[in-house]
Every structure is written in structure tokens, then in C-alpha cells.
Design a protein around this ligand. Sequence first.
Ligand SMILES: NC(=O)c1ccc[n+]([C@@H]2O[C@H](COP(=O)([O-])OP(=O)(O)OC[C@H]3O[C@@H](n4cnc5c(N)ncnc54)[C@H](O)[C@@H]3O)[C@@H](O)[C@H]2O)c1
Length: 385
Amino acid sequence: MKRDIYGFSYSEVMNMSEANTSPDQADTGKFRVGVVGLGYAGSTHMKAFSKHPKTVLVAIAGKEADRLVSLSAEFNVATTASDWQDLVADPTIDIISIATPNALHHPIAVAALKAGKHVFCEKPLSITAEQAQEMVAAASANNRILEVAFNYRRRQDIGMAHDLVASGKLGRVYHSRVSWKRRAGIPGLKSWFTSADLAGGGAAIDLGPHIVDSLLYMLGEPKVVAVSAVMHGELGRAGYGAMDSAMQMQGSTGLFEVEDLCSALLRLADGSSVALEITWASHAVDDEDISFELLGVDSGLRIFIPRYATEDTITLFGDENGEHYSRRPKITSTGEGHLAVLNEFIEHVDSGNFGLYTGEYALHRTNIIDGLYRSAKSGKEVTIS
Ligand SMILES: NC(=O)c1ccc[n+]([C@@H]2O[C@H](COP(=O)([O-])OP(=O)(O)OC[C@H]3O[C@@H](n4cnc5c(N)ncnc54)[C@H](O)[C@@H]3O)[C@@H](O)[C@H]2O)c1
């Protein structure tokens, strides 16, 4: 079965039938979790939190009445709500997990942090840099944890690249080429995903956080100081490129207020650079792939991930004894991304060192994505704080 980067298949998440923690089990001492959002991301959070020995899923919120009924039965959840405020107001909840349209991440997180809850938030952290700053400040001021679901960085190939760069094997990485390309991958055409107000943008804010996070992680957290970007939304506006063919509205004009392509040059503080391209849709090769090419002075590497492949995705390039080489280190399954990130979050909550995890690293990523939009809008290179 094809597995996604969360570690679950889509059908597993949307049609869960596994027996979960019984309400009769002793839950004393466990962190009590409320999940906001009943879609793919929210269901994935529910599954992970309900399985973790240190958490108990006690409440869920969302707009779809039928899914509130089915998911609350599925996970033995006593409290359901149609709006997130009810969960934030519940004094018995320790952790709020946010899996809603992007524009709601900021109000929910700030309210939850102020109410003394820890927050696990889906990517993107927020739709603007200013909002992200407020979220991090709220975590800090209230001594609570704020973490973002950057699950791709937990892939084995990304981890291997991180270790190779850290070991010095590549020498100085002076340039990287990074892309996520889809032939037809606009999620939820005419839904919140393609609304500027609710999503905050299109391909760049949807896919950008994952590849920017993975790249910065591999490179050892360099600072991006400037970006220059262009964006286009032609295909979506013309009705092409829906991920779900049932939603295809070829030839029509629907709610499509965002970009389906972003191309950018990033300048890093150490003088190195990154060429970035993200497409939700394009009349090109009929496929989807994610690619990272790190060009170092001493050697280079490429991670090429066609259709979320989890094996044989990394190749190393270099010269040895006057000959070029390309080697493929063995990669086994890397499908535990979301579970790993969530487990780490719970470990951090359990550690009591809340001040170490206030979302600072996510803030820099948000500043970069925000910079892409500022640059595309102004037609100029912009600086990143
Ligand atoms: N980490 C990843 O790889 C990954 C994958 C998919 C989605 N996501 C992110 O997860 C988030 C949700 O995406 P999705 O695909 O699950 O979306 P979705 O549209 O399937 O689900 C959104 C949910 O939010 C709920 N919601 C909307 N307004 C609400 C309100 N006022 N109160 C309570 N609930 C409300 C909706 O009822 C719905 O259940 C997005 O931010 C997306 O970027 C991340």
C-alpha cells in the first residue's frame, strides 16, 4: 500500500476502523489533547495522539457534523464542538492541536497559548510573518510550547543528507537546487486552499514550508537573508490542475485567488544560494516529485522523491582518483514522519523545558515564505529578518 509521509495511507486516515484507547483505561497523568480540524491532517493527529501512551484525546472540533460523529466514535472522544473556541476554553485540556485552514492557525494558537495550553500546529505556522512573531511571543510569554508539523525533515534521506553536510563530506555547499513539482496537484480547487484570505497563498505557502524546512535542516540552519521571487496563477485560474479530477473545472473560472507556481532565488548569510521552484500544477511531465540537489565544493548529493517514494532516493556525486562517481546509499522506509514529529513534541511537553520550544525555528521559515510573497508582489528582491 502506498504510504504517505505521515506514515499512514490516505484511506487509513479517512476510514479509520482501528480500536483505540478505551475510555475505561486509566488516563490519569496523561496530557489531555484537543484536536481542531477533522480533515486529513486533523485525522492524522487524532490517530497519533490517541495511540501515544502519554496522551489522551479528549475533544475534537470541526465544521463537518457527520465527521464529528464518526471520528468521536472512532476515537472514543467525549467532547465534540463545531468551533475551536470551545476547546480553548476547556480548562481540562493541556494540548491543542491545530489542523485547520491556514488563516486560523494564528488566532487559535494565540488563544490556546494564552489559556496556558501547549500547541502543536500544522504547517504553515501562519499566513504572515507578523502573525508568526505574535505566536512565538505568546508561547514565550506564557511559557508554553509551540511546535509545527515539519514532518518531511524526519525522512531518512533528509536525515542522511543532514549528517553528510554536518560531517563536512560535501565541503562548502555553495548552491542548492530545490523543487516540488506537480503536474496536477492543486488541493481543494475552489475550497479554502485556493482562497487568498483563508490560505494566505497557494503553492508557495502550502508546499514551501516543507521544502524550506528540510533544506535549512540539511544545511545546518543557515540564515536566509534575501529572496527574489516570481509567482503565477494561470493554470488554476483557467480551471486546470486540480488534484482531484472530480474537482476539475477545465475552462471555467472558479475561486482561485492564489499562485500555482513560485520560482525564487534565495541568498544566504554565508554567501551561498538556493534556486527554488514550487508548482501545484503545470503542463509538464505527468508526475509529482520533490528534489533537493546540494552542490558542495568537495561532493554533491541529490535527493529525488518521485511520488513520495521512500526508498533509493539519495545519490552522492564526487570525484575519486580522477574519476567521477555516483553512489546510492541504501535507504529503507521513511514513512514515519508525522508520528516522529508528534512524538518529539510530546517528549518536549513531558520534559518541562518549555522555553526551548517556542517556535523560533518555524518563525524563520515563515519569514522566508512571507518574503517570497513580498518579493513577487513588489517585483524586487526583499530582505529577510
Ligand atoms: N504536514 C503536512 O504534510 C500536511 C498535510 C496536509 C495538510 N496540512 C495542513 O493541515 C491544515 C489542514 O489541512 P487539511 O487538508 O486537513 O484541511 P481540511 O479542509 O481537510 O480540514 C480542515 C478542517 O478545519 C475545520 N475548521 C474550519 N474552520 C473551523 C473552525 N472555525 N473551528 C473548528 N474547525 C474548523 C474544518 O471543519 C475541517 O474539518 C492546513 O494548514 C494544511 O496546510 C499539512
